[in-house]
Design a binder for this molecule. Structure first.
Ligand code: ATP
Ligand code: MG
Length: 424
């Protein structure tokens, strides 16, 4: 026997037992975002490497060490998308959808990052992203957060997640803070973890969310970002908080929340949970007014967020929040014995689907004894088994067995659909 080819580490199959949960989640998200007027956009999984270098930022973890980059047969450098925002901006701008317009967009699909696989962290993972363009005021930041809160509520997750908020100011405020932070931290350089030492030159803001205890101890007396925030960002942040409070959305201000990507400014936020260990963030986002221009478009204010589907599925599973009707169900399983009865079973199956497009009707395929077919029906979890044996066929009827009670009722083949309609 030849050796079996295995999936790539960190890239998971979503098996039939799990896919219904994914569909439930995706369906619920689609319902919520459509309710706020967001429209779906789809863009390719592969883009020019340059898009992410410029869009995500050369000094981010993603571009420094997580991208799947390769040359195609023409020698062009391509990258499997590590996130959706840069592609979304590229696609929308290329189609002329951004300048001087208001857009509310969302997308879903796989993202790729070369990370160490562990629970809640994979190399192919999936995000749902929501982005809005053309609105500079804090009401749209608030709308996005209120939308996400509605989603958690709908999924039964609201009490299991916490909203963390911060403002990181406009670029000039961050530059002034960075200079002061670097001046302070340089004095303690040998006490910082190696990543943070490197970031002192490349991306000092990221040092704030270092998980290293010694680094965190040094940071305790560091200059505070809050002292550098400009007036405009402060007012923006205050208005956002006011709207959230007025809508009953609770939040915690986390002064060291800076987000990993270069393109954020003003509002940043994360929804975190205590149920998933170190992979605590299920949804993250913020304002990125500079990105469209950075990618060659005309200045366009923007704000958005992305959530990790795997982490949400883990959370729903862990908390037992998957509703019964989201799981696969079989309404009727048709058993038939004999060639003529088999023909009748096809007719019956199609009649049932005509009668109610929501019903799942399984026909037993492949013949076999009555007994073995009944076992299969039992195993399928069907609500009803419809039995057409040779006798039943001759009389133009079928036996309808209620699998919950074991009760059996005789029904003419023509009236099975209406009989089932009364039962389910
Ligand atoms: P983390 O700090 O966990 O690495 P991140 O800041 O890199 O997250 P973002 O780029 O903001 O994550 O992506 C948004 C969301 O996508 C995250 O909050 C998370 O839910 C999910 N996500 C990110 N990376 C992964 C991954 N490798 N595997 C699974 N989900 C992920
Ligand atoms: Mg990451």
């Amino acid at each position: 026997m030849s050796r079996k080819v295995q999936a790539i580490r960190g890239m998971n199959d979503i098996l039939p037992g799990q896919s219904s949960v994914w569909q439930y989640l995706e369906r619920t998200v689609a319902e919520v975002v459509h309710g706020y007027g967001y429209q779906q956009i789809r863009f390719p999984i592969v883009e020019n490497t340059d898009l992410f270098k410029r869009g995500v930022g050369e000094t981010t973890d993603i571009v420094e060490k997580e991208m799947y980059t390769f040359n195609d047969r023409n020698g062009e450098s391509l990258t499997l998308r590590p996130e959706g925002t840069a592609s979304c901006v590229r696609a929308a701008d290329q189609a002329g959808l951004l300048f001087n317009q208001i857009q509310r967009l969302w997308y879903t699909g796989p993202m790729f990052r070369y990370e160490r696989p562990q629970k809640g962290r994979y190399r192919q993972f999936h995000q749902i992203g929501v982005e809005s363009f053309g609105m500079a005021t804090p009401d749209i930041d608030a709308e996005l957060i209120i939308l996400s809160a509605r989603l958690w509520k709908k999924l039964g997750l609201l009490e299991h997640v916490e909203l963390q908020l911060n403002t990181i100011g406009v670029a000039s405020a961050r530059e002034a803070f960075k200079a002061s932070l670097v001046a302070y931290l340089s004095e303690f350089k040998d006490q910082l973890d190696t990543d943070s030492q490197r970031r002192l030159d490349t991306n000092p803001l990221r040092i704030l969310d270092s998980k290293d205890e010694r680094t965190q101890a040094v940071l305790r007396n560091a200059p505070s970002l809050d002292d550098f925030i400009d007036e405009e960002s402060r007012l923006h942040f205050e208005r956002l908080q006011r709207i959230l409070t007025n809508n009953g959305v609770a939040f915690t201000i986390n002064p060291s929340l800076v987000r990993g990507l270069d393109y954020y400014g003003k509002t940043v936020f994360e929804w975190v949970t205590t149920h998933l260990g170190a992979q605590a963030t299920v949804c993250a986002g913020g304002r990125y007014d500079g990105l469209v221009e950075q990618l060659g478009g005309k200045t366009t204010p923007a704000v958005g967020f992305a959530m990790g589907i795997e982490r949400l599925v883990l959370l729903l599973d862990e908390l037992n929040l998957i509703p019964e009707d989201a799981k696969v169900k079989v309404d009727a399983f048709i058993v038939s014995v004999g060639d003529e009865a088999e023909l009748a079973s096809f007719t019956l199956a199609e009649q049932l689907k005509d009668a109610n497009s929501q019903w799942t009707v399984l026909r037993h395929c492949g013949g076999g004894s009555f007994k073995s077919q009944m076992k299969k029906s039992d195993k399928s979890g069907a609500r009803f088994t419809l039995i057409i044996g040779e006798d039943e066929y001759a009389k133009g009827i079928c036996q309808v067995k209620d699998m919950n009670t074991g009760e059996q009722t005789e029904c003419s083949l023509a009236s099975v659909a209406s009989y089932l309609s009364q039962q389910v």
